[in-house]
Design a protein. Structure first.
Ligand SMILES: *Cc1c(COP(=O)(O)O)cnc(C)c1O
Length: 605
């Protein structure tokens, strides 16, 4: 009778998955789903442990410590995330890690979970059950973050919008355009939360009328708050120094504000050095980290006498010739291999920065012949990440490299530079980093890794850019045209020349309509600029309230790598910048004019 019971359970489940697969157009997968459950290796176990409300695999696992049926099953069925795991040796010890699942199997996994929850939970099942199950399960640790984001997005949609809408979305959007499935659903508890920022509603419209659009607006209070939080996060390290990467927001008023808050700057070119000098930064507050530097960059740094960094081999003699070798000079390392943190992975061979471990050793020996007795170390390991595991993992890698250099050459380490790369919640569904908790995780790594060594209390340097100013900047723009053809399109007066990230990386920037924040009634819009490139789009298929010409749109999280990346392609010129402080708005950069555009042009022979 157990055989019949088990047969009924798996068949009921299989038919349900098949029905769902057919509804989204996955016919072959619908027919083949879970066929191996009817093989003797799996069926035998299912029959033996059949109970009706408990997984036979789990029962087998309880009895003999592992499940033979599951091992047989997950190796043959591509809709299981375990099928998509592989060895990862980056930590020194082999461990299993998830790879991204192909879209059609990711979808089958989602449908499998819906069906399994329905079959096992019976009348207790609701559209939220699969999401709740996912959140309770341990899957997240093995699932690749991209897959996890996709699965979470679809199950969130199921919980919020129901099965019919989710299946329709899977069929017409997810499977039809597999590259567009990164979820972008607002948080369930407060769908409009992301619409709210330091400027909104009537105030935004009034400011747009007064200043003329487009323009950048930065919020002093947000920047100050982030400076204070970062400082607090590293209060445990007496030597901590933060150097803001100038390329993120090279605007004097912002840089001076950061200096007031105790931050230094990282520069990578002669022009950035000059900018910082004019902003009042002292040489020891400037960390020069050029990348494949040009002679003019090195000359400028030598003249300034700032802190220096070697970003790879072949530079020692260039530095020596300019009298730039001294204690505390920095080395940018590239440990190679795959850098894994949490469930993300960065293949470091593809990174253009830094010394290989062998080259670093050789460089230190060379520096020692020039009388250098201490170096600082740095590595670029990842960028724009929201993983709380990134900095602790980077700290481990750097400390390990530091110990190796010390042991093999006797050099002293004057600081360990964690670099920047902390992400911000661009999407409503992103979870912001808790910087205080992050600082504490880094502290734990430093304490365990340096106890009893010469590295105890070694100063920690950081180079946080985006996390400090990103959320503190808005691009304010006005709608000039509304067109309804194949899609609803809002044409605005800002363009990629003001904010290039969406065009360049397909980056997401949240968009809100001033005065309609949090409005529930939304339809899909493209928000586009006026550069003659089809990629000049701030948002594609974005759910927004009704838009009319004259509306003011706010493009969020543009305070870092925003205005600074701007350019003049198509004769579109960069807009001005303003700083909001104590309720007042101060202009901190004028908009470019046609004269600026023509300044470098040569008209006469
Ligand atoms: C760009 C950059 C960073 C980090 O920038 P984030 O804004 O934090 O992403 C850090 N250090 C250097 C040298 C950089 O060039």
């Amino acid at each position: 009778m157990k055989a019949l019971g088990h047969f009924k359970t798996i068949t009921e489940h299989k038919l349900l998955v098949m029905k769902y697969c057919f509804r989204v157009g996955l016919y072959r997968q619908g027919l083949l789903h879970d066929l191996s459950k009817y093989s003797w290796a799996e069926f035998r176990i299912g029959m033996k442990y059949y109970s009706g409300d408990h997984s036979p695999n789990a029962s087998e696992r309880e009895e003999i410590g592992y499940s033979t049926a599951w091992l047989h099953h997950k190796g043959r069925n591509k809709h299981h995330l375990e099928y998509w795991t592989d060895y990862d040796f980056s930590s020194g010890e082999p461990k299993l890690a998830g790879e991204p699942m192909p879209t059609k199997y990711m979808v089958e996994l989602v449908l499998d979970r819906i069906a399994a929850c329905r079959v096992y939970q019976g009348e207790k099942y609701t559209d939220s059950s699969p999401l709740e199950y996912l959140n309770r399960s341990r899957d997240a640790t093995l699932m690749h973050p991209i897959t996890r984001a996709q699965v979470t997005g679809l199950l969130t949609m199921l919980a919020e919008e129901g099965e019919a809408e989710t299946l329709r979305h899977i069929k017409t959007v997810v499977l039809a355009h597999p590259e567009k499935i990164i979820p972008n659903l607002p948080r369930k508890e407060d769908p409009a939360s992301k619409d709210r920022t330091f400027l909104r509603g009537e105030q935004a419209r009034a400011l747009a009328d007064r200043l003329g659009t487009p323009f950048y607006l930065y919020d002093r209070a947000t920047i100050e708050n982030h400076c204070a939080l970062l400082r607090e996060a590293f209060a445990w390290n007496p030597g901590h120094r933060q150097f803001f990467p100038v390329k993120a927001t090279p605007t004097p008023a912002i840089l001076k504000l950061l200096r007031e808050k105790g931050q230094g700057v990282v520069c990578s070119s002669a022009a950035e050095l000059e900018l910082c000098r004019r902003c009042g930064f002292l040489p020891e507050e400037i960390l020069f980290m050029p990348n494949y530097p040009l002679p003019a960059d090195l000359d400028a740094a030598a003249a300034l006498g700032c802190r220096l960094m070697l970003d790879g081999p072949g530079l020692v003699e260039d530095f020596a010739a300019r009298g730039m070798l001294r204690d505390g000079i920095g080395l940018r390392l590239n440990p190679g291999g795959v850098f894994r943190f949490g469930s993300a992975a960065v293949r470091l061979e593809a990174v253009k920065f830094g010394f290989t471990p062998e080259a670093a050793l050789e460089c230190v020996r060379q520096l020692q012949t020039h009388g250098v007795t201490s170096v600082g170390i740095h590595a670029y390991l990842s960028g724009n990440t929201l993983s709380p595991d990134y900095w602790p993992a980077a700290a481990k890698v750097l400390l390990w490299q530091a110990k190796k250099l010390m042991a093999e050459t006797g050099i002293n380490i004057s600081y360990v530079n964690l670099s920047g790369g902390l992400g911000i919640p661009y999407r409503p569904s992103d979870k912001p980093l808790d910087i205080i908790a992050l600082g504490d995780s880094v502290r734990q790594v430093f304490e365990t890794e340096t106890a009893g060594t010469a590295l105890e209390n070694v100063p920690v340097f950081t180079e946080v850019g985006r996390w400090i100013t990103g959320p503190a900047g808005l691009l304010v723009t006005r709608v000039h045209h509304v067109r309804r053809g194949f899609r609803a399109i809002a044409g605005v007066d800002a363009s990629a020349s003001d904010l290039m990230r969406p065009m360049m990386y397909g980056a997401y920037h949240h968009v809100s309509v001033a005065g309609h924040e949090g409005e529930q009634n939304r339809t899909a819009w493209d928000v586009v600029g006026s550069v003659c490139e089809n990629t000049d789009k701030f948002a594609v298929n974005r759910m927004l309230p009704e838009i009319a010409p004259g509306d003011v749109l706010l493009i969020h999280d543009a305070g870092a790598h925003g205005h600074s990346m701007g350019y003049q392609y198509g004769g579109r010129l960069r807009c001005g910048e303003y700083l909001l402080e104590s309720g007042q708005v101060r202009r901190i950069r004028r908009a470019e004019t046609t004269e600026d555009y023509l300044r470098t042009a040569i008209f006469e022979e």
